[in-house]
Design a protein around this ligand. Structure first.
Ligand SMILES: Cc1ncc(COP(=O)(O)O)c(C=O)c1O
Length: 396
C-alpha cells in the first residue's frame, strides 16, 4: 500500500480506467428494465434504440460530425481493424499501398501486416528521438496507389502528440498530385479527453475511439466514418449500424460510452493545467532523484497524462513488481506487450538503445491522481531502483 493511504496508487490510466459512477448509473437500467433489442418494433425496444441514438449524438457532438457518421464497435482495436481492412477490401482488384508509422499501436500494425501477407504493401514512417513524425516525410511516402494513411493522434507508450492536421493536409496534397485518392485515418484512442477531437480541424476521414480509456466500459468503441466513405464491414449479419457493423448492439456499453465521452470532453480543458503540474513534478522529480534516468518523450508535444522513463541496468519488470509491492500500479510500455521482455517497438523506433528500452516504465495519470500520488511514486521508484542496484540478483 502507499505510504499515505490504503488505496492502490493507480498510475496506469493509459492501459484502462475505472468506470465512473455517473457512467455506470446511466448504464444499469439497460441491463434490466430497458433490456429490449433495439431492432424490435415495440416500445421496450424503442427505449434501447433511444439510448443508442442519444449516445451517437453525444459522440458526434464531441467530434463535430453528424451522428450518422458514427459506427459503434467492440473497441479501439476493432475500430482500427475496420478502418484498415474495411478500406482495403473495397479495392478492386485487391492490392495497393498503406502509409502508417513505426510507433502505432499493435491494433494498427498487426492488421496492416495481415494485409501485407495478402499482397498489399505498406510503408512504416519513422519518428525522431521524441517520437514525432515529420509531416513532409510522411507525405513523401505516399504513392499513386496509396489508399489509406493512418497516423495516431497520441502515442500510448510515450504520450507524443502528432500534428495530424498538417500530416493529413500534406498527405492529401501528395496523393492528389499523383492522381491518387487517399483516406486519412487517425487512431485517437489516447487523445480522447486530452485533446480536441474535432474531425474537420484534424482533416481526417476516419477516427478510432475506445470507451475504456475515458472512464467508460471495456469492449465498446467507435469509428467515425466521413459521409461518402465506403468500408466493407468486418462483421456481416443483421445489418445493424447501417450495415457497417452487424450484431445486436451492446446497448448498455454504448450508452455508457456516450456519457463517458461527454463528461471527458466537458472536463478536458479544465483538467489540463492540473495534469501539466503533476507531469512537471514527476519529470523533474525523476531527473533529480535518479540522475542517470532518461525521459522518453517530447517535452513539449506530449500529453501530460503519459510519461515514460528508462533506467539503465534494470529491466522494466522487476521495477514494476517492486512498485506493485508498494501499492503502485504502473506499466512498461503498452499493456498487451508488458508481459514480454521484448523492448518496445515504439522506443526502438525512437532510436533508444534496446538495453535501455527494456528498462522503461510508463506512468500515466488520471482524474483521481493527486500530488501525493506523484510524491509516493517518486519515493517508491528511488527505493526500488536502489534495492535492485544493491541486490542485482533480484532481477533474475
Ligand atoms: C492507441 C491505442 N489504440 C488502440 C487501442 C486498443 O483499444 P481497445 O483496448 O479498446 O481495443 C489502444 C489500447 O491500448 C490504444 O492505446
Amino acid at each position: 500500500m502507499t505510504s499515505s493511504d490504503e488505496r492502490i496508487n493507480y498510475l496506469d490510466h493509459a492501459a484502462t480506467t475505472p468506470v465512473r459512477p455517473e457512467v455506470l448509473g446511466k448504464m444499469l437500467p439497460y441491463f434490466t428494465e430497458k433490456f429490449g433489442n433495439p431492432s424490435s418494433l415495440y416500445s421496450l425496444a424503442g427505449e434501447a434504440r433511444y439510448g443508442i441514438d442519444e449516445a451517437r449524438e453525444q459522440v458526434a457532438l464531441v467530434l463535430g460530425c453528424r451522428s450518422g457518421e458514427i459506427v459503434f464497435t467492440g473497441g479501439g482495436s476493432e475500430s482500427n481493424n475496420l478502418a484498415i481492412k474495411g478500406s482495403a477490401a473495397m479495392r478492386s482488384p485487391a492490392g495497393g499501398h498503406i502509409v502508417t508509422t513505426a510507433i502505432e499501436h499493435h491494433a494498427i500494425i498487426h492488421p496492416v501486416e495481415q494485409l501485407e501477407k495478402l499482397g498489399y504493401e505498406a510503408t512504416y514512417v519513422g519518428v525522431d528521438r521524441t517520437g514525432k513524425v515529420d509531416p513532409d516525410e510522411f507525405a513523401a511516402a505516399v504513392r499513386a496507389d496509396t489508399f489509406l494513411a493512418s497516423v495516431m493522434l497520441v502515442n500510448n507508450e510515450v504520450g507524443t502528440i502528432q500534428d495530424v492536421a498538417t500530416i493529413a493536409q500534406k498527405t492529401r496534397e501528395a496523393s492528389k498530385l499523383l492522381g491518387g485518392k487517399v483516406l486519412i485515418h487517425t487512431d485517437a484512442v489516447q487523445g480522447a479527453g486530452k485533446l480536441s477531437l474535432n474531425v474537420s480541424d484534424l482533416g481526417v476521414d476516419l477516427l478510432s475511439l475506445s470507451a475504456h480509456k475515458i472512464y467508460g466500459p471495456k469492449g465498446v468503441g467507435a469509428l467515425y466514418v466521413k459521409r461518402g466513405v465506403e468500408l466493407e464491414p468486418l462483421i456481416a449479419g443483421g445489418g445493424q449500424e447501417r450495415q457497417r457493423r452487424s450484431g445486436t448492439e451492446n446497448v448498455a456499453s454504448i450508452v455508457g460510452f456516450g456519457e463517458a465521452i461527454t463528461l471527458a470532453e466537458s472536463e478536458r480543458i479544465e483538467s489540463r493545467g492540473r495534469m501539466q503540474q503533476l507531469a512537471n513534478k514527476l519529470v523533474e522529480g525523476v531527473a533529480e532523484r535518479i540522475p542517470d534516468s532518461s525521459f522518453n518523450s517530447s517535452k513539449t508535444d506530449r500529453v501530460p497524462e503519459i510519461s515514460n522513463f528508462s533506467f539503465p541496468g534494470v529491466e522494466g519488470e522487476p521495477v514494476l513488481l517492486g512498485l506493485d509491492f508498494k501499492g503502485i500500479a504502473a506499466s512498461s510500455g503498452s499493456a498487451c506487450s508488458s508481459a514480454s521482455l521484448e523492448p518496445s517497438h515504439v522506443l526502438l523506433a525512437m532510436g533508444i538503445d534496446p538495453a535501455l528500452a527494456v528498462g522503461s516504465v510508463r506512468i500515466s495519470f488520471g482524474r483521481e491522481t493527486t500530488e501525493t500520488d506523484v510524491n509516493d511514486v517518486l519515493q517508491a521508484l528511488k527505493d526500488v531502483l536502489d534495492q535492485l542496484a544493491t541486490f542485482p540478483s533480484a532481477q533474475n
